[in-house]
Design a protein around this ligand. Structure first.
Ligand code: SF4
Ligand code: SF4
Length: 357
């Protein structure tokens, strides 16, 4: 009988509307225009005449409960009691009176946070969960983000870039690394080392074999125990076998590096999506401050800031000047790692006799 049917258990995100500022709820889909009165602040004006100021503040993303309380207390005292988190881990406070904006900014900055990240600034670097939630990181993405944002603080607080800059980091080579204007991703440089004593107890071997994108893994008997073997000539060191089979250790302090990619863009109103391209490989994965990776990111940003025309994103700028010029101005070496020499790459290379533009 229909009325006796079990109700589905909803286990996704709760409905966001219940947490919205009442003015946002009231004017949902009814905004007339928005302005950017100063870095870190947006003003939205609704058809109803309601005005809403949003103040954006950067956080370290992985928040302890004390920091979270501090942020919510600021919201209760200086904003209208509502905060929200953006996908780049920024906190946004909303107020309906202009007179509240300056005291709110002072309270945020007084508590040690930074206001910014809007319009043509370097937005907060988005990063993946890393050590805290995930089982396969090759680096500490939050640490990379903190070190870089400490050095890019002026670019976050001011709007000096030709257009927005979205930077992403990823702590393994296969999963969360997003399409960013600049992406700092883990790069494994050696095939996994297999602990044959553990494979039979820990791993579902068919799952692991199926996981390899280049069919480099085969079942094998080693010392009388069922295990796996890797054809190291085929292996592209992607690390995809490590999550389903931790005895296939691929992270290591020496051979796990960082790589920097640029020009990724999920599409926007003006252009098609673009894939990011590798520009620096084998960068040391060097905690706690990752100075080498940070220096490269800063060098790319400096050249982009000086060389791009207004509104050009990094991919537009490179399209206009060309890759040879990009390597020339940034001083990054063009090495053998920039050439996609994997056998399957034939499909992605311009390998036909037809000239394409
Ligand atoms: S990038 Fe990889 S290691 Fe990091 S959180 Fe995502 S899946 Fe986990
Ligand atoms: S690292 Fe990647 S390519 Fe190498 S064996 Fe594992 S899954 Fe296959």
């Amino acid at each position: 009988m229909a009325q006796d049917m079990r109700h589905p258990i909803e286990s996704g995100c709760p409905d966001g509307f219940q947490y919205m500022h009442p003015s946002m709820r009231r004017n949902y889909g009814q905004w007339k225009y928005h302005e950017h009165p100063r870095p870190g602040v947006l003003l939205h004006v609704a058809h109803s005449g309601d005005k809403l100021w949003t103040v954006k503040c950067g956080t370290q993303r992985i928040l302890d409960v004390f920091t979270l309380r501090k942020l919510t207390e600021i919201g209760d005292k200086f904003a209208d009691g509502y905060i929200r988190f953006t996908i780049r881990s920024n906190v946004e406070y909303v107020v309906t009176e202009e007179a509240k904006v300056q005291p709110l900014i002072e309270a945020i900055e007084g508590a040690g946070f930074i206001v910014g990240g809007t319009a043509n600034s370097v937005a907060m670097i988005s990063h993946t969960q890393g050590w805290l939630h995930c089982d396969i990181p090759g680096t500490d993405a939050s640490g990379v983000v903190k070190s870089m944002m400490d050095e890019l603080i002026d670019e976050f607080k001011n709007c000096n870039m030709p257009n927005r800059v979205h930077i992403t980091t990823s702590c393994c080579q296969i999963n969360c690394g997003g399409q960013g204007d600049i992406a700092i991703n883990v790069q494994h440089t050696k095939p996994p080392k297999i602990n044959h004593d553990l494979v039979a107890n820990v791993c579902e071997r068919p799952t692991v074999v199926a996981r390899c994108p280049v069919a480099a893994i085969r079942p094998a008997m080693v010392n009388g125990k069922p295990s796996l073997e890797v054809d190291e000539k085929k292996c592209i060191c992607c690390g995809a076998c490590f999550p389903p089979c931790p005895p296939m250790q691929i992270n290591d302090a020496e051979d796990t590096k960082l790589a920097i990619w640029v020009g990724g863009n999920h599409s926007n109103a003006r252009s098609k999506p673009t894939f990011q391209k590798l520009v620096a490989a084998g960068v040391p994965n060097n905690p706690p401050r990752w100075p080498e990776a940070t220096a490269i990111v800063k060098r790319i940003l400096k050249e982009y800031k000086e060389g791009a025309k207004d509104w050009e994103r990094i991919n537009d700028w490179i399209d206009r000047i060309g890759w040879p010029r990009f390597f020339e101005v940034t001083g990054l070496p063009f090495t053998k790692y920039h050439i996609d020499n994997w056998t399957g790459a034939r499909n992605s290379l311009n390998a036909s006799t037809h000239i394409r533009f």
